[in-house]
Design a protein around this ligand. Structure first.
Ligand code: AMP
Ligand code: GLY
Length: 422
């Protein structure tokens, strides 16, 4: 088979790494890819939002399957454009990708499906939003409706903070038109879990769960990031909780989407809060998490490629997945300054040494090769140092041993990934 993966981050490196191991694979391309992906796939310089370019490449080269990593191309309609050109694509249609593209749509679908989540209200008028906040009190959560690169949510500890968020999002439009509508939600308390289900439109297959670390600093301090580390499986997420989430959230939402004529195919990322009253839906994403994907891929024993195909072909009901009985942990190494301004082009050494540690896989997120062959950092999140072990503590020790083998003075990482479970 010929496969094209779309994206160039750590999640896409992990997907390429898993797909490259498939006996079904003939050729693997990645657009645009990165220096790590180039070790397992041929990188093609097409931007992941260049839908015409991607579909043109896929038809020209006879690609059998397009696998989309991130949500922006899906929300922009890449899966629909592939379908129109007769190219198989793993990822939801534009209509189904609204589960990530609009938070109000998600909550409305979840309510129609009876899926448990936070109490919420939607506002187009800042004055009405502020009045509601005054009535509800704090803590309270303010969200821009549309995509905001993961920065559109404010968990406000005080009414003043929530009102300031309304002013920023709705009046100053710091996230552009994504802030034309806001959602105001009850603040849920508990542990967050990222749960993933492979969906073929009617059937969902659990893919496992992970816990992410969103804050930049040790002890969960400092600003939010795309994710500074993850581990899988999370001890808090028992099999009973998984079954409850499948029965009360995933299956009813899948049925509701199908009923609306917009069946969901792809990976459903279920953002959960495990509260004292049980699991509650925080949000959906329509793709794998980054770095959660890295933590899941190193635990997957089954061939990923036929699973992705079964999701595209509506054949998941006949499918099962096997997992290695191991724990995994990812430490993200980022450029100093991230998630604020950071430098680019600094040299990274020692990856070969790190990769020799048993159980370690270093996934690249923002890297490139300089003309002289040196590896350089090109992004905020740069490496996902991933390890497996017989216990979470072993996986953590191996991941940090690998981090310590990497020589990159301009990078940093959190030193406490996994703390909640250890
Ligand atoms: P989202 O972009 O919807 O994932 O929200 C970003 C983060 O805000 C989540 O990962 C949670 O930590 C937090 N959050 C979102 N909604 C709520 C809520 N209703 N209650 C508490 N925390 C929330
Ligand atoms: N790590 C969270 C996300 O991918 O959205």
């Amino acid at each position: 088979m010929k496969v094209l993966v779309v994206g160039g981050g750590g999640r896409e490196h992990a997907l390429c790494w898993a797909i490259a191991a498939s006996p079904l694979l003939d050729t693997l391309w990645c657009a645009p890819g990165n220096a790590g992906i180039a070790e397992v796939a041929e990188c093609v310089p097409i931007d992941s939002l260049d839908i015409t370019g991607l579909v043109g490449f896929a038809t020209e080269r006879g690609v059998d399957l397009v696998v989309v990593g991130g949500e922006p191309p899906l929300v922009a309609g890449l899966a629909d454009a592939c379908a129109a050109a007769g190219v198989k694509c793993f990822g939801p249609s534009q209509a189904a990708a609204r589960l990530e593209g609009s938070k109000a749509f998600t909550r409305e679908v979840a309510d129609a499906a009876g899926a448990p989540g936070a109490r919420w209200q939607q506002f187009n008028d800042p004055a009405a939003a502020k009045a509601y906040i005054g009535d509800e009190g704090a803590p309270i959560v303010v969200k821009a409706d549309g995509l905001a690169a993961g920065k559109g949510v404010v968990v406000a500890a005080t009414v003043a903070e929530a009102e300031a968020a309304i002013a920023d999002i709705m009046e100053s439009r710091i996230h552009g038109d994504s802030g034309a509508t806001v959602l105001i939600e009850e603040c849920l308390v508990g542990q967050e879990v990222s749960f993933f289900a492979l969906c073929d439109g009617t059937t969902a297959l659990p893919l496992g769960a992970a816990q992410d670390h969103k804050r930049v600093g040790d002890g969960d301090t400092g600003p939010n990031t795309g994710g500074m580390g993850a581990y899988s499986p999370p001890p808090v997420f028992t099999d009973a909780l998984r079954d409850e989430v499948m029965a009360r959230i995933v299956n009813p939402v899948l049925a509701e989407m199908a009923k609306r004529g917009t069946p969901f195919r792809g990976v459903l990322f279920v953002g959960l809060m495990i509260t004292a009253d049980g699991p509650r839906l925080i949000e959906f994403n329509v793709r794998f998490g980054d770095p959660e994907c890295q933590a899941l891929m190193v635990r997957l024993r089954s061939d990923l490629l036929p699973a992705l195909l079964a999701a595209c072909d509506g054949e998941l009901a006949k499918f099962g997945l096997r997992w290695e009985p191991v724990h995994s942990l990812v430490v993200v190494m980022a450029a100093r300054g991230y998630p604020g301004a950071y430098g680019k082009g600094t040299e990274i050494r020692g990856l070969e040494r790190a990769a020799q540690i048993p159980g370690v896989q270093v996934f690249h997120a923002g890297t490139a090769r300089r003309d002289d062959g040196a590896l350089v950092a090109t992004g905020g999140r740069v490496l996902g140092v991933t390890a497996t072990g017989g216990s979470l503590a072993e996986a953590q020790a191996a991941a940090y041993a690998a981090v310590d083998a990497i020589d990159w003075p301009e990078g940093f990482c959190r030193r406490d990934i996994g703390w909640r479970a250890l």
